[in-house]
Design a protein around this ligand. Sequence first.
Ligand code: SF4
Length: 444
Amino acid sequence: MATVESKKTWSLPEDTGDNPAGNDFCEDTRFMPWKKGLFSYTKVSYPVRYGWFHELVTRRFTCQFNLNGEPRFFRSNGDDWPHPTEWLERTLGNDWLYIATLGYTDTVSLTGEYYYPFLPYPSNNIFSGSPFGLPAIREGIMMAENVHSIAAYLLRQGLLEGDDNVAIMNRIASWTPERLRKRSQDLKAILKAIVPVLPPDTRHVAYDVIPVMVMEGCLFNCGFCQVKSGADFRVRSRHEIEEQLYRLRDFLGEDLTNYCSLFLGQHDGLAAGVSTLALTVDAARRILDMKRSPFPGINVFMFASARSFLSCGPGDFDRLNGLGCQVYINIGLESFDQHTLDYLRKPVDAGEVKDALSRMIGVNRGYSNIEVSGNVLIGSSLPATHMDTLEETVCNLLPAYYPRGALYLSPMQGETRRRWVIEGLRRIKNLRRIDSFLYLIRRL
Ligand code: SF4
């Protein structure tokens, strides 16, 4: 891999008629392959990139590509673009998200991050409005999907010097919208599953995770849940997991080096059992050659239920703590109020959920390589006892502020009273016992 950033600026010739972007598009075009982003994750109030990437800048747009040449980040350079620090981001699942700043302060206090991803599909959105109706954004997505034709034009004009640059531009030129769409289908075929939601803690690695399905379904199939697969609970075999990892290695290709994090899915990874999790992490290290990654360590994310979490004993946590990774477990607690759990048709006992919060605090205190967070629902349609019990439980179980772990409040889908939700979050924040944020349900 080249380790030195190279830069080349061209003044393109007059439009010959086959320039897909028009004259003004191709003046002052610069191609910068092998740009080096950061190799450790950070939270800052300006856009940063992680890992290696390629960049193409024209008068009209800036596009950044992953090492396979797929468009990854895109911004129009026109005056009609909403804000110069805001970008479109393409995910592994081939969604184009709009990454907005929204004035920073509110975003940080509500979500713990400096940027807020607007999603192009229905979710439990925290902020009202959608940038996807803006002509500049619609045009931006169209341009981003058609950068391949600009790459093909540059190649046809013979404007690139060096075999490496030509090879990279050929890759970029190969990613037609049809091929990008097929890629998301290929990923589903490899996983034999979809990933309708990522754990909220994956925000700590900018959601850059390799999904590995270690189990299917979940323990409860709760009535309220809109992300459940509905599949029967099943732990995947070692053979299935290893086969998946070999196929993921080929799928991610050269861009594999830009990943240092695994999401062990699907809905209750911890319920797969610590032995399965340990063998998956070992196999991932070996098959995905994760040591090759320039990032300093490996992160492992998973969901858990109150029951799978409580069924782990000290030996299990010792083993997870000793995996040589930072392990993030996110527990779906939903509510500490029995009336609300019944309303949600979640077949667990409120006492069990409180025990899980208590254990969560204990594990965060006792294991430096494990960080546990919990999800609780928030919604104006839930029984009034829900918020009161939440406040009471947090106060009872956490006598003082503790800096590890977090409580995520997940707005019910369809919730329209956003101000009510924000006030609810403030109630929990003001207790000053644990970091609390809103949780946006974001798919892979
Ligand atoms: S909330 Fe969790 S346990 Fe309940 S159905 Fe959804 S994924 Fe399954």
